[in-house]
Design a protein around this ligand. Structure first.
Ligand SMILES: Cc1ncc(COP(=O)(O)O)c(C=O)c1O
Length: 424
């Protein structure tokens, strides 16, 4: 016995000096595993401030709007009525009742007949994007993404060892001409682009929405080159007044497009529930590369109960004007106090203002803003090549700050610009 314990301790000793890097996969190394992390630098405050902090950081819903009581009631209902199934394994596709509810809702919104088999429920939009990459990407496959883009998705795609090209967007969303150029360039090197990832509505971080004409053009171009479109609709339901143009999925009648949705921005990110919507044979293929036995049947039933009783639509009706007003107040504050220092376009939905700094670099402004008690990420973190790609933009998320705080951003940012220019 004592011998055995000594042997085990000695075995443990053999591992003590082994560096984790020496064991990691290429995919893990590609996303920086085993190296000192820089994850904090995009979000952390570069300096201390004396003033109470106003945080314009993460793109998350206003916690004050979270329908806690309704979710509690839905969970109670499920546990009272259906505890046995809710607490069993639920299968890889996810609770059929929620997939049926999504099929009904999305058939109406996308104008395409959908069924439960058109949906795979997943661990948020992020888990959905990961599953699509897992099923369709080979290491080295060419993928086009927007530049800038949601950093989490860029990381996911890099984690699948894709050969990524970022193409620019403007106020009308992704530049289809730039996509055409990227396709030609890839083909010149004998590469077939496999996937194009886009956030067409109220884009993160720019707030831009892809115009209808560009949606048509993009679908035609991608069909001609057999590029699968991964359409991320994380913010689509959060329009201020008018819905965005029809989805790429709807316009193509569900062909050549996989659409990802999520409850994170419309209910709460802590639910960690999202979905992939696609042609049933594509969805079936995706389900084969899910090895985690699906997500919580309890939670999926509770969401189905919540959404099925009309509460989701009522909640959306309630939060849209809240975010519209927050965006108005922040925009007005910036125009009034920072007009000569910034340029931005007001989005028509979502959580973000993408602000161009005129004069000092974004990094200098961010540093100075921290001293004024403002926290937000710079634009560089939304590009693959952080050091090189963007020195001029700030992303201001207006979703969680109060109206009073948002009105205070303009004066503080003005002081930050003056400080950054040595005039403070
Ligand atoms: C465009 C976009 N897609 C996906 C996600 C991930 O969301 P989820 O919480 O659904 O995984 C985010 C989160 O910020 C996002 O901005």
């Amino acid at each position: 016995m004592a011998d055995g314990a000594a042997k085990a301790r000695k075995a443990g000793g053999h591992w003590q000096d082994v560096e984790v890097r020496s064991l990691l996969s290429r995919a893990a190394l590609a996303v920086g595993a085993g190296s000192p992390t820089d994850a904090g630098t995009m979000w952390s405050l570069p300096a201390e401030s004396e003033r109470p902090l106003i945080v314009l950081g993460a793109g998350v819903p206003d916690p004050a709007t979270t329908p806690v009581e309704d979710l509690r009631a839905a969970l109670d209902h499920v546990l009272s009525e259906d505890a046995e199934d809710a607490l069993s394994y639920g299968g890889v596709l996810g609770y059929s009742g929620l997939r049926e509810a999504l099929a009904q809702r999305q058939s109406r919104l996308d104008g395409v007949p959908l069924e439960a088999e058109s949906f795979l429920l997943n661990n948020g939009g992020a888990g959905s994007i990961d599953t699509v990459c897992k099923a369709f990407l080979e290491p080295g496959d060419a993928v086009i993404i927007e530049g800038p883009t949601f950093s989490g998705s860029a990381r996911t795609i890099r984690g699948h060892l894709a050969d990524i090209t970022q193409v620019p967007l403007d106020q009308d969303g992704l530049s289809v001409d730039a996509v055409a150029r990227a396709l030609r360039e890839a083909e010149r090197f004998g590469k077939q682009v496999k996937l194009l990832y886009t956030v067409p509505d109220f884009h993160n971080p720019t707030g831009a929405t892809l115009s209808l004409q560009r949606r048509y053009d993009l679908l035609e171009l991608c069909a001609d080159h057999r590029v699968l479109i991964l359409e991320d609709t994380a913010y689509t339901d959060l329009y201020f007044r008018e819905p965005p143009p029809p989805s790429l999925f709807g316009l193509s009648q569900g062909q050549g497009v996989l659409k990802v949705g999520s409850f994170s921005k419309v209910i709460a990110p802590g639910l960690r529930v999202g979905w992939v919507q696609g042609r049933p044979d594509f969805v079936e293929a995706l389900s084969r590369v899910r090895y985690d036995m699906g997500i919580s049947p309890l939670l999926l039933r509770a969401i189905a109960e919540y959404a099925g009783s009309g509460k989701l639509e009522a909640h959306l009706e309630e939060v849209r004007p809240i975010y519209a007003q927050k965006c108005d107040v922040l925009s007005r504050s910036l125009m009034e106090h920072c007009g000569e220092y910034v340029r931005f376009r007001k989005p028509t939905g979502g959580f973000f203002l993408w602000v161009e700094c005129l004069g000092p670099s974004a990094r200098e402004v961010r540093q100075a803003a921290a001293l004024e008690g403002l926290s937000f990420p710079g634009g560089d973190g939304f590009f693959l090549n952080r050091e090189r790609d963007d020195t001029t933009h700030l992303r201001l998320a207006f979703s969680t700050a109060s109206l009073e705080e948002l009105a205070e951003v303009g004066p503080r940012l003005r002081a930050a610009f003056r400080r950054a220019m040595g005039e403070g």
